[in-house]
Design a protein around this ligand. Structure first.
Ligand SMILES: *Cc1c(COP(=O)(O)O)cnc(C)c1O
Length: 373
């Protein structure tokens, strides 16, 4: 189904990830950033994103931001919280922690609700925090915590956040486009994602989908010029697809193609089904080879799966990584503190045959099992 013939290896790393040849081919043209042809591509992307999020353009809007996903997170944290506001971050992994670090660096008043890296957020604790600290104005949560692949219960979190009338920020970086959910039902104020995750584009920019009413409150709040979300939004709105500063034109054009390919695949549900089949087959095959996944199946998303290092003194991740790379696959080291894990991503242009090939490669790479004949 897919062609990877230009690639030295397949990326099983969730971002950047394996993209289609047709997405890469669209980058063979140069575009003028202020010309109508280019701006109409930007506008069509903004339109498609609202369509993907299943929200109306009267109530919601979208803005694209240069940089990797973190730049968009920083742009939201730095541009949406008033100077007398306070942020509560639900934390169960490196990406939740990063939101806290951003707030810290920007001098924003913030607090966190850590639940440990392998546990979902405690909703009673969340209620308690909002009950006890009325100065909290904004709550941020990571949807799929890419550290562990845990899918956080954003519906339940939203119910509490909205019962207390707080602004709700969701880092949906590694879930938007690959996991079906309704931004409207979840009453999300600011949703953040990027070009090089489930939409399967190439890296270079992120995007924010927000309620218009929430965005309109952000004038003059930004702590940064280049990451001013509101200013970027006003320019894109008024100048119909113009970015304030040089935009990543090739990446933008590739993203248009990636959105078309998502549509051709059958939309988010079809993509989620493919990722889910990939993930199930991966876990089944890895278990047969003796590996143990970090999370119980019910907390695990179809996006990325951490496995414990095998319980064998001869195992060394670097060597395993190199063996797999020789066989055409690149995987991720673990990111969980205090536990020895590695991660395998299931997103990108990967199908079940690729997972079958990977499992063969894993078996061949289990050098610590091989005895001298
Ligand atoms: C990928 C990712 C980010 C952004 O990471 P970048 O390296 O800046 O692209 C943020 N949050 C989550 C949950 C992610 O998976």
């Amino acid at each position: 189904m897919y062609e990877h013939n230009q690639n030295p290896y397949m990326l099983l790393t969730p971002g950047p990830l394996t993209t289609s040849t047709t997405v890469k081919e669209t980058m063979l043209a140069d575009w003028c950033t202020w010309d109508d042809d280019y701006k109409s591509i930007v506008q069509s992307i903004r339109h498609s994103l609202l369509h993907l999020a299943d929200v109306s353009s009267e109530l919601y809007t979208t803005v694209l931001m240069q940089g990797s996903g973190t730049f968009s997170v920083e742009s939201v944290i730095g541009s949406t919280i008033p100077h007398d506001g306070k942020l509560l971050v639900l934390m169960n992994g490196a990406y939740g922690e990063r939101i806290g670090k951003i707030a810290d660096r920007l001098g924003i008043d913030w607090t966190s609700l850590p639940s440990g890296e392998t546990e979902p957020p405690d909703l009673n604790e969340l209620t308690k925090s909002l009950e006890e600290d009325a100065s909290i104005t904004h709550v941020a949560v990571v949807h799929c915590e890419t550290t562990t692949g845990m899918l956080n219960p954003i519906k339940e979190v939203s119910n509490v956040v909205k019962a207390y009338n707080k602004t709700f920020i969701v880092d949906a970086m590694s879930s938007f486009g690959g996991i079906e959910f309704s931004m409207q039902d979840l009453d999300i104020d600011f949703l953040i994602s990027s070009a090089n995750k489930c939409i399967q584009g190439v890296p270079g920019f992120g995007f924010v989908i927000s309620k218009r009413s929430s965005m309109e409150k952000c004038k003059g709040l930004a702590r940064s010029l280049s990451l001013d979300l509101y200013d970027q939004w006003v320019t894109m709105e008024e100048q119909e697809g113009k970015w304030r500063f040089t935009s990543p034109t090739h990446t933008v054009r590739a993203f248009r193609q990636a959105l078309d390919e998502l549509q051709q695949e059958g939309g988010i549900q079809a993509r989620q089904d493919r990722y889910t089949s990939n993930q199930r087959r991966l876990v089944e095959g890895m278990r047969q080879l003796g590996f143990t996944p970090l999370l119980p199946d019910e907390l695990q998303s179809p996006i990325i799966t951490p496995f414990y290092h095998p319980d064998n003194p001869g195992f060394d991740f670097e060597t395993f990584y190199k063996e797999l790379k020789l066989r055409g696959f690149v995987i991720y080291p673990g990111k969980v503190t205090n536990l020895e894990t590695f991660r395998i991503g299931n997103i990108g242009v990967i199908d079940i045959e690729d997972i079958e090939r990977l499992l063969v490669a894993v078996e061949q790479s289990m050098y610590w099992k091989q005895t001298i004949a």
